[in-house]
Design a protein around this ligand. Structure first.
Ligand code: GDP
Ligand code: GDP
Length: 434
């Protein structure tokens, strides 16, 4: 599992600036997709060869007793409680604020590894900046500038130091691991029950902590699956009490650990910011995806048309995925999900032999030559597969820096069509050289 860093601090200390810096290199992968919200709070970071997840908690308003601010504070607290490491940001330019002390007291109670980062310190003397923050009693402050990148690398390395590097598991089981994710009340646990309804459940683990999903092995039509249940099958046999309805960290970890993600939406409600954030994270993870628009039973025929086109427009960037309109409660449309899950899994794990990839590449470049830009025409020589889930095609050639985005998209869609990929993103990388 990738360690999760959670950024906290009062408003305006620079959390989202730091978040953007930590996740920026990954942003390029999903840039410019119509409909994809850029206001993300969950992302992937990497320091050296070490990947991790980052959560920007937005604000921290420990005062609100109820209402939306209270709900935000609750979710922040929960993300913090489930973090592998907490980065607590304060503002070097404003100095120590009363609210910093309140937050520090709360964080200390969490008992999670905690790193105090004094931000906006570019051009300032480290020792002078740090001095007043010792009062928080959180040990040595780390002096950084999120905007300029100073001290950021050291901060992240330190925060992740104690977490073992993920071992790459080459002997992966050859059956799909399916994560069921979505915001609270969309019907995840109803869907889990419905999916498992008639199947033979082989085993499931008890969750150790709030942030653990339940892993359920089952068999259907003589095929094996593992369901990663983020909602908890508590309602099924009242085995577990509902501890929390929704956990960001749990959702992120489940997506990471799955081959195929089922994103559940509530057809009765607009696509919310939270839906879009989760969708954006799934896209960034490269996992295969099936979208389940649930509670379809509760919509009139007129309403259905409106909802369908609205969802398609707002989630345009997920157009590689199959959309299913289902009723988890009545069990309708649920069988169809398995077909798409199987298809998405097969596509995500596809083997693309080098000769075939290269032949497709040659045909594509013959049909449409890469446009010349400057004195040289890009020359694409051969292609090979660089990975699975998502499938990665690496193209070798020369003068590649002048390849346009639209030509790259053309190649990507050519490969998609040739291999009949459904339900998975495909990534194409270019390597300069012969
Ligand atoms: P958040 O509310 O904690 O997410 O804070 P933001 O990231 O939105 O930053 C708040 C303000 O501080 C913005 O105007 C940023 O440009 C500025 N800021 C963020 N990081 C730095 C930094 O390292 N140095 C300076 N000088 N300003 C920064
Ligand atoms: P979760 O928080 O995502 O696990 O959502 P639940 O499975 O607990 O469902 C939330 C509420 O939506 C419950 O009252 C369910 O009975 C209801 N619900 C779930 N699926 C459907 C559906 O397909 N149709 C309708 N009408 N209600 C549903």
């Amino acid at each position: 599992m990738k360690p999760t860093l959670v950024l906290v601090g009062r408003p305006n200390v620079g959390k989202s600036t730091l978040f953007n810096r930590l996740t920026r290199s990954r942003d390029a992968l999903v840039a410019d997709l119509p409909g994809l919200t850029r206001d993300r709070h969950y992302g992937h970071g990497r320091v050296g060869d070490r990947p991790y997840l980052v959560v920007d908690t937005g604000g921290f308003e420990p005062v609100a007793k109820d209402g939306i601010l209270h709900e935000m504070a609750r979710q922040t607290l929960q993300a913090v409680a489930e973090a592998d490491a907490i980065v607590f940001l304060v503002d070097a330019r404003q100095g120590l604020a009363a609210q910093d002390k309140i937050i520090a007291d709360q964080l200390r109670k969490m008992g999670r590894p905690l790193f105090l980062a004094v931000n906006k310190a570019e051009g300032m003397r480290r020792d002078v900046v740090a001095a007043e923050f010792y009062e928080l009693g959180l040990g040595d402050p780390l002096v950084i500038s999120g905007a300029h990148g100073e001290g950021v690398h050291d901060l992240v390395e330190l925060a992740l130091e104690s977490f073992p590097l993920d071992e790459v598991d080459e002997e992966e089981d050859d059956h799909p691991k399916i994560a069921i994710v979505g915001r609270p009340n969309v019907g995840k646990s109803t869907l889990v029950n419905s999916l498992l309804g008639e199947e033979r459940v082989i085993a499931f683990d008890q969750p150790g902590t709030t942030r653990d999903s339940i892993y359920i092995d089952f068999e259907r039509d003589s095929k094996y699956y593992t369901l990663i249940d983020t909602a908890g099958i508590r309602k099924r046999g009242k085995v577990f009490e509902a501890i929390e309805k929704f956990s960001v960290v749990k959702t992120l970890q489940a997506v990471e650990d799955a081959n195929v993600v089922v994103l559940v939406l509530d057809a009765r409600q607009d696509v919310s910011e939270q839906d879009a954030h989760i969708a954006g994270f799934i896209l960034e993870s490269g996992r295969a995806l099936v979208v389940a628009v649930n509670k379809w039973d509760d919509l009139s025929a007129d309403r259905r048309e409106v909802v369908k086109s609205d969802i398609a427009r707002k989630l345009q960037f997920l157009d590689f995925a199959k959309f299913h309109y289902i009723s988890a409660l009545q069990g309708s449309g649920v069988g169809g999900l398995f077909k798409s899950i199987d298809g998405a899994y097969a596509s995500a794990m596809i083997k693309m032999p080098t000769p075939r990839l290269t032949r497709i590449l040659m045909e594509a470049t013959t049909q449409h030559q890469p446009p010349k830009s400057g004195p040289f025409r890009p020359k694409l020589r051969y292609a090979h597969q660089g990975g699975s889930n998502p499938p990665l095609v690496i193209i070798h050639g020369t003068s590649l820096s002048s390849l346009s985005a639209s030509y790259k998209r053309y190649l990507e869609s050519t490969f998609r069509q040739a291999f009949e990929l459904t339900g998975t993103p495909l990534r194409v990388q270019f390597k300069q050289g012969h």
